[in-house]
Each structure stands twice: as C-alpha cells, then as structure tokens.
Design a protein around this ligand. Structure first.
Ligand SMILES: C[C@](O)(CO)[C@H](O)COP(=O)(O)OP(=O)(O)OC[C@H]1O[C@@H](n2ccc(N)nc2=O)[C@H](O)[C@@H]1O
Ligand SMILES: Nc1ncnc2c1ncn2[C@@H]1O[C@H](COP(=O)(O)OP(=O)(O)OP(=O)(O)O)[C@@H](O)[C@H]1O
Length: 283
C-alpha cells in the first residue's frame, strides 16, 4: 500500500473587511486583509489507479458530491484529464460556516496535494483560477501568502502583517454567508482605501463591515463579541460566526481562551504570513 500525503488546511482570518460595492451578478466587492492561522484541518491523500474519489469521514451536513474536497478533486481531474483517483481522509477541526474559510482551505489543499500526488505540474496561477470556481476564498489559500485582496477577494497582493496570538471564539452556531450578503441593511458603500492605508492598521480601518448585520441577526455573536471585547481588541472574521481577539503573548491568549471556554468553544492560534500548507510542500 502507498503511503498517504498528509497536508494541513489552515484557517484564515480577515484582519479587516470592507464592502465597497456590489457587482451586477450580486457578488460583493471587498477590500480585505487575509492572514493564516497555525490551526486548521488535515487531509491525507492517497492515489488510486481506478479514477475514483473516496472521501472519509463524511461531514454530517454536506453530501459527498457537494463536499468541496470532492468538488476540487473532480475539477482537477476534468481540467488536467487525469486518470488517477484518490482516497482522501479529512480530519475536520474547523467549524462549518465559521468565517474561518475551512471549506475553501480544504479545496485548496486538495488541489495542491493532488497536483503533487498525480504529478500534474499545474502552476499556482492555474490552480488558483480553478479554485476560484469553487469559492471566493480558495485563491488566497492556493497562493499561501497573507494578502491584501480586492475584487470579490481574488485580486491578491502579498503583504506582511504582524503575527500576534489570537483567541478565536466560536459562538456555537453557524452563519450562512449568503444570508449576510443578501441582507438589505448590509453596509455596501464603504469608501475604497489604499493598501498602504489599510496596512497602517488600527481603527477606523480595521473593522468588519458585516459586523452590524451579523450582530442584529445573530444575538449570540453580539453577546460573545461584547464579552471578548472587554479583554482585548476583538473582531468578526469573514461573515462570522467566529470572532477573534488579538493578544500580545501566548500566555495572555491561553488565559483568555480558558475563560472563553467556560461559555463557548475557543482556541489559541498564531497569525502566519505563509500558509503551513506551503511550508509543508516547500513552495
Ligand atoms: C466573506 C469572505 O469570507 C471573506 O473572506 C468570503 O469572501 C466568502 O467566501 P466564500 O465563503 O468562499 O463564499 P462563496 O462560496 O464564494 O460565496 C457564497 C455566497 O456569498 C456571497 N458572496 C460571496 C463573496 C463575495 N465577495 N460576495 C458575495 O456576495 C454570494 O451570495 C455567494 O453566493
Ligand atoms: N470540506 C468542507 N468543509 C467545510 N464546509 C464545506 C465543505 N464542503 C462543503 N462545505 C459547505 O460550505 C459551507 C461553508 O463552509 P466554510 O467552512 O468554508 O465556511 P466559512 O468558514 O464561513 O467560510 P468563509 O469564511 O469562506 O465564508 C459549509 O456550511 C458547508 O455547507
């Protein structure tokens, strides 16, 4: 039996997220800073000769064919005319609908991992273009560098951000991204800012334009955010439901996570400017 290739599928945070417009197809134009975390899912990929894609274990709320891992593998097979298949084991640690980009990250790890396993030699640009068909957040996970993103999140410029410790809190429910983006009251007209301005950090730029809508629709998120903000500067990531607090030391982060865990699920993670996936693959 061939040994499997085990690779990380890290979480991302949106350190800030502005919505600056809406396109005719309904997608929103964003300005956001993406950073990776040293916490996420793991995938083990093993090649099969018969072309079949097997994924285990199944996710409770997602069918096999809808799972972004399976969709990414099939997309790569079609695009590269690959005849190989794969057994894929997914160790899921990230909450679904958490704003941590778990599904997108799973898709990116599948594309990069199978590209290596099947010896396809596709470039990161080609894989990112394929990934964009699966979700707006897939390209940043393919490129693997913290980034300033514009457009719907696909126009990426690599950046170097500070790498603090974070306490990430999951308030116990998931937020469906389309629900937030379809809310009539969502702020959609923030003034575009320059990347340089965004990188200066701090208020008022490091905010998330989804926050007021999410607070109104999901009182549990508002409650957790108010609690967390008493102890450290805290924000929503993506369209939620997860929140993150920024701490200067691991010790302070562990203490806050222990307190948060009395009410919700919380974990400590460090911000990373290079994805652990790219460290693992040496790219
Ligand atoms: C908000 C972010 O989390 C920021 O990182 C992402 O842009 C969301 O990315 P995602 O979950 O991969 O989203 P997708 O699966 O591409 O889109 C889900 C739905 O969200 C809405 N959507 C998403 C991204 C975007 N820039 N504008 C949108 O309006 C669309 O209704 C879309 O049908
Ligand atoms: N492998 C997968 N992991 C997680 N979700 C998946 C997967 N495959 C399909 N999905 C579907 O995609 C939806 C969004 O999942 P994901 O975990 O990426 O949300 P998210 O963290 O809110 O992402 P984002 O920050 O990109 O909005 C899930 O609710 C689920 O229905």
């Amino acid at each position: 039996m061939t040994a499997g290739l085990t690779l990380p599928a890290p979480a991302k945070l949106n350190r800030m997220l502005h919505i600056v417009g809406r396109r005719h197809d309904g997608y929103h134009e964003l300005q956001t800073l993406f950073q990776f975390l040293d916490h996420g899912d793991n995938l083990t990929l093993t090649a099969r000769r018969d072309g079949e894609i097997h994924l285990s274990p199944a996710l409770e709320t997602v069918t096999h064919e809808d799972n972004l891992v399976v969709r990414a593998a099939r997309l790569l097979q079609r695009a590269s005319h690959a005849s190989s298949g794969a057994d894929i084991h997914l160790e899921k640690r990230l909450p679904l609908g958490g704003g941590l980009g778990g599904g997108s990250s799973n898709a990116a790890t599948t594309l990069l991992g199978l590209n290596q396993l099947w010896q396809l030699g596709l470039s990161l640009e080609r894989l990112a273009a394929l990934g964009a068909q699966l979700g707006a957040d897939v390209p940043v996970f393919i490129h693997g560098r913290a980034a300033w993103a514009e457009g719907i999140g696909e126009r990426l410029t690599p950046v170097t951000l500070d790498t603090p410790w974070f306490v990430v809190v999951h308030p116990g429910m998931s937020v469906a991204t389309p629900v937030v983006f379809n809310d009539p009251q969502l702020t959609r007209d923030s003034r575009p800012i320059t990347m340089a301005r965004a990188l200066q950090g701090g208020a008022p730029e490091w905010r998330n334009d989804c926050e007021s809508t999410v607070r109104l629709r999901y009182p549990q998120v508002a409650q957790a955010l108010d609690w967390l903000s008493q102890y450290a500067p805290s924000m929503l990531t993506g369209t939620g439901a997860c929140l993150f607090a920024r701490l200067d030391s691991e010790q302070a982060a562990q203490a806050l996570a222990a307190a948060a865990n009395q009410h919700w699920h919380a974990f400590v993670a460090r911000g990373l400017n290079v994805s652990p996936l790219h460290d693992a693959l040496g790219c």
